[in-house]
Design a protein around this ligand. Sequence first.
Ligand code: UDP
Length: 221
Amino acid sequence: MKQVAIYGASGCGRGVLPIARSQWYATGEPYELVFLDDHSTAGMLNGHAVLTYAQWLERPATSRHVNIAIANSKVREELVQRCEADGVQFFEVRAPNVVQMDEVSLGEGAILSPFVTLTSNIQIGRHFHANLYSYVEHDCIIGDFVTFAPGVQCNGNVVIESHAYIGSGAVIKQGQTGRPLVIGQGATVGMGAVVTKNVPAGATVVGNPAKPIVKNKNFKC
Ligand code: UDP
């Protein structure tokens, strides 16, 4: 039997597993679908077993398939490497009402949650997470392990480099042909931010218009 798993039994994983369940059910093939979590002691969650990765590898399988449903992109990458080393295959989780238009290239292992739209001429790397109601407009280029929280509005001609995190409800202004708006590697865009300019790699920006957070040395909590 195929062993199929959603890695992460927390918020992200619980929002993803039901979509995966429908996808695998539709194949008509026998499979077992479980959560993988290295720190949970739940045993069962929403009708599915919760196993550690090591326990999962002990289960007999004709093949193994996983989707890494953990929002932290660095953790996601580490777990991808672990799974790759064991020959585990990655599958995409795509809600049935996702809209995808022309010439979209999407790397393996993505999560496209309900009401996500990808319009035309878009390039997206591996293990992308597009949470509920997010969209990516025309001519965008998105790197690997990029995470969109719910309701991200990514307008046209935007480049988002690998490991960037875009918070819930953020709006990214449209760039221009040949002069895209760029969100740098590992940058964080805060919830509800309105991004009108390039964001440097590693920076955190918040507000409208979005500006980098400047740490106040006098502030103690
Ligand atoms: N986790 C894991 N292995 C790791 C790192 C994290 O199984 O190496 C699990 C962790 O135990 C937790 C989940 O991944 O249950 C991440 O959940 P969190 O609430 O931090 O974030 P989200 O569900 O939003 O991604």
